[in-house]
Design a protein around this ligand. Structure first.
Ligand code: IPM
Ligand code: MG
Length: 350
């Protein structure tokens, strides 16, 4: 029995997570044993208690086999303090040091690219998920005065980079195209970038079956638009990975289709989430695209050991799209729950 902690969050988070839970119900009806508890951590709890989640929540959530998260963001908390508390707090607190963002074009018409090659969009953005500019190192001097100074320090450790790159190379080695592209900016970032690049060269030498190459972040962005078929596994630090994940999602039809996994390969802990935000502009209207949440669910069940169910979900999403079931963000007319139903009706699973 797998135990799942569900954190729907804000905005469209609860709407898309509702579809993911219907999908888990369906799988349960097919003999899969899942149970879940819902945790209401959100902007509401933050505004009420001054914290989005109680201090003991981290220990409690660590006891689950997986966490399924919706989205965070609320106009009443413009700096996203509550979202950082939960999302970054869990990534760091549970040491989920790999963030995996697969980029796959599920339907050729969904890419905004007008040139050929779109069918070859099939790569993974791997993002170091606990360090870099997200390490919360820095501070203000003379805040609020004309002399104010902000420091935001990138924390990059040899240990953190190496364990992340080892995972990235092992993943690349197992893919049909065993290629890994390190994306950094070591021509300008002479400390953090240099450590990343040197560690990359060293880890690469231990994975001779993987073709290892390097791109600077700016050039990588251009190449991703011009020739996305070039890439197989992209490995980057926390901030560059954040940006590349959204760029990849846009190439493959938009944030409505982009799932992600935050994992610690050693402890087996994992948190699964659509990469989109809470979309306050459309929240409550029942029109959000649930595909990213359903695909995050697929990544979760695969992580929990059920590859068959994961493949069935992905196939059902592809089939729905191919048969014209689309939400508004993708040019269709379906509501969130109609899209969820379309996918579930096509689930072919024993
Ligand atoms: C993401 C988000 C978060 C991040 C925000 C909400 C802090 O953009 O998951 O990509 O930057 O990691
Ligand atoms: Mg992001």
């Amino acid at each position: 029995m797998s135990r799942i902690a569900v954190i729907p969050g804000d905005g469209i988070g609860p709407e898309v997570i509702a579809e993911a839970l219907r999908l888990l119900e369906l799988l349960r009806g097919k003999g899969r044993s899942f149970s879940w508890d819902v945790f209401p951590f959100s902007a509401e709890t933050f505004l009420r208690d001054g914290r989005a989640m109680p201090l003991e929540a981290l220990g409690q959530l660590a006891g689950y086999d997986a966490i399924l998260l919706g989205a965070f963001g609320d106009p009443r908390i413009p700096d996203m303090a509550h979202g950082r508390e939960v999302v970054l707090g869990l990534r760091q607190g549970l040491d989920l040091y790999v963030n995996m963002r697969p980029v796959r074009l599920l339907l050729p018409e969904l890419t905004p690219l007008k040139r050929g090659g779109a069918s070859e969009i099939d790569f993974v953005v791997l993002r170091e998920n606990t360090e870099g500019l997200y390490a919360h190192a820095g501070g203000f001097l003379h805040r609020g005065t004309r002399n104010e100074t902000a420091l935001q320090t990138s924390v990059d450790t040899r240990f953190g980079i190496e364990r992340f790159l080892r995972y990235a190379f092992a993943l690349a080695a197992a893919r049909p195209i065993a290629k890994l592209t390190l994306v950094d900016k070591h021509n300008a970032l002479r400390f953090s970038g240099d450590l990343w690049y040197r560690t990359f060269l060293e880890v690469a030498s231990a994975f001779s079956s993987v073709s290892a190459e390097h791109r600077f972040i700016d050039a990588a962005c251009a190449e991703l638009v011009l020739n996305p078929g070039h890439f197989s596994v992209i490995a980057a630090d926390n901030l560059f990975g954040d940006i590349l994940g959204d760029l990849g999602a846009a190439l493959a039809g938009g944030l409505g289709f982009a799932p992600s996994a935050n994992i610690n390969p050693e402890t087996g802990k994992g948190m699964f989430e659509p990469i989109h935000g809470s979309a306050p502009d459309i929240a409550g209207r029942g029109i959000a695209n649930p595909c990213a949440a359903l695909l995050a669910c697929a990544m979760m069940v695969e992580h929990l050991g059920d590859k068959e169910a994961a493949m069935a979900i992905e196939k059902a999403v592809r089939k729905s799209l191919a048969e014209g079931a689309l939400t508004r963000d993708a040019g269709g007319t379906l509501s969130t729950s109609e899209m969820g139903k379309a996918v579930m009706a096509r689930m072919d699973i024993p």
